[in-house]
Write a new protein. Sequence first.
Length: 285
Amino acid sequence: MLTLPETLAAQHQTAVKKVASTADPVSYLVQAMLAGSFIGIAVVLMVSAAGPLRDAGSPFQALVQGLVFGVALTLVVAAGGELATSNMMTLTQGALGGRTTWLRSGGTLLFSFGGNMAGAFVFAGMIHLSGVVLPGTPGGDMIASMLEHKADETIGQLFWRGVLCNMLVCLAIWAGARLKSEGAKLAVVFWCLLAFITSGFEHVVANMTTFAIGLIGGLPETSWAEFGRNMTVVGLGNTVGGALFVGAAFAVAGRTRRTPGVGTAPAEAVTVPATPVEAGVTEPV
């Protein structure tokens, strides 16, 4: 397992590569769209698996939702993609470490956010045409129920559920960056996503697919205005959770300290083993 300074140094390198990769905007857009669709796959799997349990009034509905949603981040990590929510942590750490500018980090984050949304809508369109979650199906009815529930949440509830959600998502990526075993990385992704889905927290990219299915299908439980409210409030909450409570927190915790009389190499001088990102995969999420 890497030390905190070693992991922070690796995150700095990742942030630099993310910013640099936007020099090829078509390639970056495709990677961001893929990440948005990967999260969408998990949304459809979740409602398909948990929808029948919801109809039956099963107390295990929330647990099953959490158990199956891990495929979302697993695909982003293993297949590669640019996910806005994890970028909130990584790009913040790169800017705080002076390896990227705040302007370029912010631009890269917005680029990934827009790409995620485009991918979510394309995927939702395909799902609509497939008919697997049309109204009247267990999955379709669960989508409608989720949209209705999100509309009933207050701005404060949406915001703090967004904060808590991205703390767990970014902790999955941060902890995974510390681990050297691929199996261990995937295990920590599974547990963190189980925690955030089962707890009922809000993920802005997952909500992109949920709302896109409702909007494309013309469901009365949603509207473009509610979509905009959700993207804004949950997006801000995710940003605070990922950038401040994980990104900035570990930027402080991972600073290399010099003990009097003992030489300590700066964090950036630490040699870190190659990660999937450095081997050619853009996104450690």
